[in-house]
Design a protein around this ligand. Sequence first.
Ligand code: HEM
Length: 423
Amino acid sequence: MTDPTGSDTRGRTGPPPGCPAHAGAIPLSGLEYQQTPSELYRNMRRDHGAVAPILLDGGIPAWLVLGYAEVSYVTGHDELFARDSRRWNQWENIPQDWPLLPYVGYQPSVLFTEGPEHQRRAGVITQALEGVDQFELAQWSRAIAHGLIDAFAGSGRAELMSAYAHALPMRAAVQMCGMPLGNEDTEELVSDLRITLDAGEGDDPVAAYIRVGERIHRLVKEKRSAPGPDVTSRMLLHPAGLTDEEIVQDLISVIAAAQQPTANWICNTLRLLLTDDRFALNVSGGRLSVGQALNEVLWLDTPTQNFIGRWAVRDTQLGGRQIRAGDCLVLGLAAANTDPQIWPEGHIGAENSAHLSFSNGEHRCPYPAPLLADVIARTAVETLLERLPDVVLAVEPEELTWRPSIWMRGLTSLPARFTPAVR
Ligand code: HEM
């Protein structure tokens, strides 16, 4: 096994010069990522070891942490690799319209806090999410699923990505936070959240972000005067005494963190079920189950394939590399899950959940969240299969394309057909 801080035991001849911008750094944008990232990560690991020098958009240097042991080490050592991006040593090279700014630009939310302040903020979120009743969440998710399926069931065809997988978790998250579904106000919030997370042509993400902030502000005010059994009210009533501003920031983080990965988890699982003979479409078919498909996706096609990131607190070593104070590290979660060091036989896809898809350590996905995401995703997949038992792909599997993103792993579309159904 590789020593996370020491040299690579697989015979690389030693670290290149300390600065990640050295010759040979790999530009992270490239076609390969869209279709077969696993092969690419394997080649990167072979050529560069467990910590590879990369270039982000615009040639900005960073490190991609590819090894399972190394990702576990980085995420488990906050004192060395921390979350506050203001310590980045590259800020002077970052233009104002840099495409990754929404992910790395410091915001006063739970995502960028550290130490006791992070424990305070994350503790409030964890306790508020703990209060979500899983059976109730399954009921809501089922009702949302039925409503979405009703809209396309009669036509015999649907593009399941936008009409289903992306639409469902957003609504479930908004409902968990205490906004009733079905009214105009909530639908506008759902639409604005979609624009902020995944702007299409003609959308104005900045204006949508401002409207989201205003709506969440109103929600917090409403719940201050009339609390209910929801995440927002539990955050407001928590003894840590977060300010309204802090709660607004963290609610936006919770909804955004819930939406994209859960949507892609649903979609990638539906793809697996519709393209792989090992999975019977009929849930009662006695073959591999929806639960196994959901878990296999987390190992092999995990939604958050790379996560940016962590920033080195001081000069240190990692995977035989010299890391400088303020260097940026991208967590290669998909690469870590398929690391040959943990799968020496080449067979990937354990039935356990020791993958790093929800990350690890202090900033990992707060522990009730993976369970809630599982309830939403499982209900979404099972309800679709129950309602449309003969659903099949409307294109050849090879025609499905992955989104051109190195961050999220998800399809551009998932066209399906089925016998038109009545409600
Ligand atoms: C109900 C659904 C979900 C909720 C409410 C949720 C919430 C959150 C929150 C609040 C954070 C920030 C934690 C912090 O900085 O302290 C986070 C981080 C994260 N979540 Fe989730 N999440 C959900 C689903 C998912 C899913 C489905 C995945 C992937 C399969 C995922 C993967 C992650 C990852 C990789 C991080 C980053 C952790 C890090 O910085 O190391 N989450 N999530």
